[in-house]
Design a protein around this ligand. Sequence first.
Ligand code: NAD
Length: 242
Amino acid sequence: MIKYLLVAGGAGFIGSNFLNYIMRKDESLHVINLDKFTYAASMDNIAALPAERHTLVRGDICDAPLLNEIFSKRHIEGVINFAAQSHVDNSISAPEQFIKTNIEGAFRLLEAARKAWLRAPREPKNAFAGARFLQISTDEVYGSLGDKGLFKESSPYCPNSPYSASKAAADMLARAYHKTYGLNAVISNSSNNFGPCQHEEKFIPAVIKNALNGTPIPLYGDGRNVRDWLYVDDHCRRGWVQ
Ligand SMILES: NC(=O)c1ccc[n+]([C@@H]2O[C@H](COP(=O)([O-])OP(=O)(O)OC[C@H]3O[C@@H](n4cnc5c(N)ncnc54)[C@H](O)[C@@H]3O)[C@@H](O)[C@H]2O)c1
């Protein structure tokens, strides 16, 4: 039987880098790429994917009937949720869509996977015994560090923006689905990513663009904040190790 992966948000920055990496690495993999095509998505990001193994569905992760249809038509054994409203500044000026997509969307995906994969709590259907749900989260759920230190999985959640609060809520839902239903749900909390296909609203592309245009470079606060950066390929390579 063909194995399908449902990738939500696969036409955005990290999702498309992941698909370009994993579909070259595993030539048996078929991907359903569910993407709403917000301003952050681009067809260019996914143009090089093998068409015979990549199905693009333009749709919303909050659309429960659509999710149920996708699960009922294909033998989906893995879900990776990259889909999100992801820009912190936008979450401050217009938080509502962040709550909808990042919290309700994660819930709808978890719920669709639960119905498809489990017969009852902690009883996976035989055909889905190895199925896994990966929720792509952020280290921003842990808040800010002082001058020193690092975050661990055991660090207390302390989100500071509507964006990070919405991601933290989705993490709690993924955790609850694991504890309550035994859904094989995993959360990754990566730091800032950078690399190809990143939208120009994000920090590094914005700095490069402004430097090239000779316009002032935007700095957060007094410019002394420290950020940790991860090259997007490193994130993609470590993200789905079986
Ligand atoms: N970029 C980073 O530095 C970073 C760091 C850590 C974690 N993350 C997380 O990684 C994930 C991907 O981030 P990114 O930078 O690639 O984001 P992005 O904004 O570039 O891409 C998000 C994708 O999700 C799609 N999308 C948005 N709402 C949707 C919906 N309702 N239904 C279906 N698709 C929808 C968009 O069209 C887009 O293709 C996010 O969950 C983000 O929180 C990002």
